[in-house]
Design a protein around this ligand. Structure first.
Ligand SMILES: [Fe+2]
Length: 210
């Protein structure tokens, strides 16, 4: 495939939603999420000891500006298993750079890991046992509970669960009734047709999940 110069500020063209949704996405979860550290050894310690992940792959990457790679040559790029066939990756940038702002558009506000409901309290205690301040678990309304803290890089992390149960998938646990979804979508669109089109494309449930 031909490589073209990538404009980091380029946004994909906005397409009008047609109401067609694939029930089975072509994508299968997160392949890898690539974050930035300036201390790989510390990050390795945090994600293995505190988060209980495994270091899976360690490599260096060349400077390849034509595909938007990091603007440094020969960078460390290490991968951890974050469960359920998904990878968490870090690049090690030089020390002394400004910190990114998670509260700007395009930034990553936080990273939430799903934890089964019967494992949440134990995981929170485990994180706390490393001297890390944890907020929560707090109720986010209904069946959703989360706990929040920061990793060694200042990245905001969340442990999220749904009391809907251990046997229900993460995706199923967020499904809403038509009434619940309609109430929110009506705040987004002035045109009722837009609301109906999106409602038709959502996998709604008849009864609210407990
Ligand atoms: Fe969240």
């Amino acid at each position: 495939m031909a490589v073209t110069d990538a404009d980091p500020k380029a946004r994909p063209k906005k397409a009008k939603f047609t109401g067609t949704t694939l029930t089975t996405p072509t994508t299968r979860g997160v392949d890898h999420l690539a974050l930035v550290t300036d201390d790989m050894a510390e990050t390795m310690e945090f994600y293995t000891e505190v988060m209980g992940m495994q270091l899976l792959h360690v490599r260096r990457v060349p400077y390849a500006p034509d595909r938007g790679q990091p603007p440094y040559d020969d960078l460390r790029h290490y991968f951890f298993g974050m469960g359920n066939d998904s990878l968490l990756a870090f690049f090690e940038y030089p020390k002394g750079l400004d910190r990114s702002d998670r509260d700007l558009p395009g930034g990553m506000q936080h990273l939430a890991f799903h934890v089964p409901p019967d494992k949440l309290d134990g995981m929170v205690e485990h994180v706390k046992s490393h001297g890390i301040d944890v907020v929560g678990p707090v109720s986010l309304g209904g069946r959703f509970w989360s706990a929040y803290f920061y990793d060694n890089n200042g990245i905001r992390l969340e442990l999220a669960t749904s009391l809907a149960g251990n046997d229900i998938s993460n995706v199923e646990s967020v499904l809403q009734t038509e009434e619940e979804a309609r109430e929110e979508l009506e705040t987004l669109f002035d045109d009722g047709e837009d609301v109906e089109r999106w409602l038709k494309a959502m996998p709604l449930v008849d009864e609210p999940l407990a």
